[in-house]
Design a protein around this ligand. Structure first.
Ligand code: MN
Ligand code: MN
Length: 452
C-alpha cells in the first residue's frame, strides 16, 4: 500500500490547516478538564446551544448541552431524521496526565517549601523534573465558596518546578532503570525559600508560603483537603518546525480530538442526531461519575430519547460512535517499537484504529469489519485522507481508549484520532494537517446520510 504525505496530495492544505489550528492553539491553553469545560460552555451558548431541559422534545436543528459537574460535557444537535434511527456520537477526553496535589501537600524541608504530588495518568516520571510548571484547579473554602487557581500561565506569574540531581553527582542515579530515576515521592514541587519574618516560629519558609496563599487567594492549609489542584507544564502551545507544519504543546492527548470534534459539532448540518462528548478520567481508566465507565451518558441519552417515546436500547443499537483519541506516531528514533505497515505517521491524515488494548487484544473494543466499512465509505465519499494505525508492535506494551466503554452500551464504535509524537510527555507534537483532517473526518461522519 502506498501512503502519501498530505502535502504531496495537496500543497495548499497547510495554509487551511494552520488557520484551523489557530483556534486549536487557544483551546489548548485550557489545561485541565475544568478549564476546557469553562472555555467551551460560553462558546456553545454563543452558537445557540442552551442547557438541556429534561423531557423536552427538541425539533431538528435544536442544539443543547449538559455540563456534568464542570468536568465533562455532552453536546447535541438534533438531526433531520427521527432519533429512533440512531445517534452519531463522537467522544473524546479532556483530562491529561499531570501531577495532582496530595490532600496534605504543603511541607518544608531544609528551608525549602514544597507541594507533595501524586501523579495522574501514565507518565515517564523523569520527564516532569526541571520543567516549568503552572498550578491549576479549584479550592472549596470553609464557607463553601469556590476559589479558582491558575498560576504560572501569564508572563508576569511565577512558575514552579520539580528539581533533579546535577549530573556531577548522579553516577548512582544514572545506573537506575528509568522508572526509578525519579520516584513518585520525589515529584515534589518547589514553591518557596524565603522565611516568614518572625523569630519565634519554626518552619518559617512553609509559614511564609502559607501566609502568601492566604493573603493572595484566601486559602488556608486545611482548605487543600477540599480541593482539586494539579501542576502541568507551563509552556504555551507553539508552532513547531521551520515549516510551521507541526504544533507542540501539553495536553494534546486528547484536546486535539476534543477540539476537532467540537468544531465538527458546531459546523454540523446533521442527518442523524449528533452527540459530542468531552469525557473526564480517561487517563486513569474512565472510572468515577465524570468518566465514560459510568452510567452518566446513558442516563442522559435515556432521558433524551424517551421524550420522543423511544426505548434507549433500541436507539443505541442503531447508533455509531467515533471514539476520538490519539494514536502513537511512528518515530524514527524509536523505530524498533513500531511495525511499519500498521503504524500511523505524522502528516498522513486522521488515523483510524480498529482496536487498541494490549497483549492478545485484551481490554479493547475491536471494531467490526462492518463498522470499519461504514467509516471507510463515509471518509472516502467526503475526500478525507486517513490511515490505519495500531499502537506499536504486538506485545510491546499497549493502551486503551474509551471505545470499550461506549461499545459496552451496544453502540458500534471505532477509534479515530491523529498521530502524536512524544505522547504523554510535557510537550506532545502533532501535524497541523492531521488535525484539520480529523475535523473533516468527524464532520463527514456527522453530516453523512449513510445508514448502517
Ligand atoms: Mn487519549
Ligand atoms: Mn492518554
Amino acid at each position: 500500500m502506498k501512503w502519501e504525505n498530505l502535502g504531496v496530495e495537496d500543497p495548499t492544505l497547510l495554509e487551511k490547516a494552520s488557520g484551523f489550528c489557530e483556534g486549536y492553539k487557544s483551546f489548548l491553553s485550557n489545561k485541565t478538564e475544568r478549564e476546557v469545560v469553562d472555555h467551551t460552555v460560553p462558546l456553545l451558548r454563543s452558537r445557540g446551544y442552551g442547557e438541556y431541559v429534561r423531557g423536552k422534545e427538541y425539533g431538528p436543528g435544536s442544539r443543547f448541552y449538559v455540563n456534568n459537574r464542570g468536568k465533562s460535557l455532552i453536546m447535541v444537535t438534533v438531526g433531520r431524521r427521527p432519533v429512533s434511527e440512531g445517534l452519531r456520537i463522537a467522544a473524546s477526553h479532556i483530562d491529561s496526565p499531570r501531577l495532582d496535589f496530595k490532600p496534605n501537600p504543603l511541607f518544608e524541608d531544609t528551608d525549602l517549601a514544597f507541594f507533595k504530588t501524586h501523579y495522574y495518568g501514565g507518565i515517564k516520571k523523569y520527564q516532569w523534573s526541571t520543567v516549568p510548571l503552572s498550578l491549576h484547579g479549584v479550592v472549596i473554602l470553609k464557607d463553601g465558596s469556590t476559589t479558582g487557581v491558575r498560576i504560572g500561565e501569564d508572563p508576569g506569574d511565577p512558575v514552579f518546578v520539580v528539581t533533579d540531581l546535577l549530573p556531577h553527582l548522579a553516577r548512582e542515579q544514572m545506573k537506575k532503570p528509568a522508572s526509578e530515576v525519579i520516584t513518585g515521592e520525589q515529584l515534589n514541587i518547589l514553591i518557596g525559600c524565603w522565611p516568614f519574618p518572625d523569630e519565634k516560629v519554626s518552619q518559617k519558609v512553609k509559614l511564609n508560603v502559607a501566609s502568601l496563599l492566604f493573603e493572595k487567594y484566601g486559602i488556608r492549609e486545611k482548605d487543600f483537603q477540599s480541593a482539586e489542584l494539579c501542576a502541568v507544564p507551563a509552556f504555551a502551545p507553539r508552532d513547531l518546525g521551520f515549516d510551521r507544519a507541526m504544533l507542540g504543546g501539553y495536553g494534546q492527548d486528547d484536546s486535539v480530538c476534543a477540539y476537532a470534534s467540537l468544531m465538527a459539532e458546531l459546523d454540523a448540518d446533521p442527518e442523524y442526531t449528533t452527540v459530542t462528548v468531552f469525557a473526564d478520567k480517561e487517563e486513569v481508566g474512565s472510572d468515577g461519575n465524570t468518566g465514560m465507565n459510568s452510567q452518566t451518558l446513558k442516563d442522559f441519552l435515556t432521558d433524551l430519547v424517551s421524550a420522543y417515546g423511544c426505548e434507549i436500547r433500541h436507539v443505541l443499537e442503531r447508533s455509531v460512535c467515533l471514539s476520538a483519541d490519539v494514536n502513537a506516531a511512528y518515530d524514527p528514533a524509536y523505530g524498533e517499537n513500531f511495525e511499519r505497515n500498521n503504524s500511523s505517521y505524522l502528516n498522513r491524515g486522521a488515523v483510524v484504529s480498529k482496536y487498541t488494548g494490549a497483549g492478545g487484544k485484551y481490554s479493547t473494543n475491536d471494531a467490526s469489519a462492518e463498522t470499519m466499512g461504514l467509516l471507510r465509505a463515509i471518509l472516502d465519499e467526503a475526500g478525507v485522507t486517513w490511515q490505519v494505525g495500531e499502537l506499536g508492535k504486538v506485545d510491546n506494551g499497549g493502551g486503551g481508549t474509551i471505545a470499550m466503554y461506549m461499545s459496552a452500551h451496544n453502540i458500534d464504535t471505532v477509534d479515530i484520532g491523529v498521530p502524536v509524537l512524544s505522547m504523554h510527555s510535557p510537550y506532545e507534537v502533532v501535524s497541523k494537517a492531521d488535525v484539520y483532517m480529523l475535523y473533516r473526518a468527524i464532520l463527514a461522519f456527522f453530516n453523512s446520510p449513510r445508514s448502517k
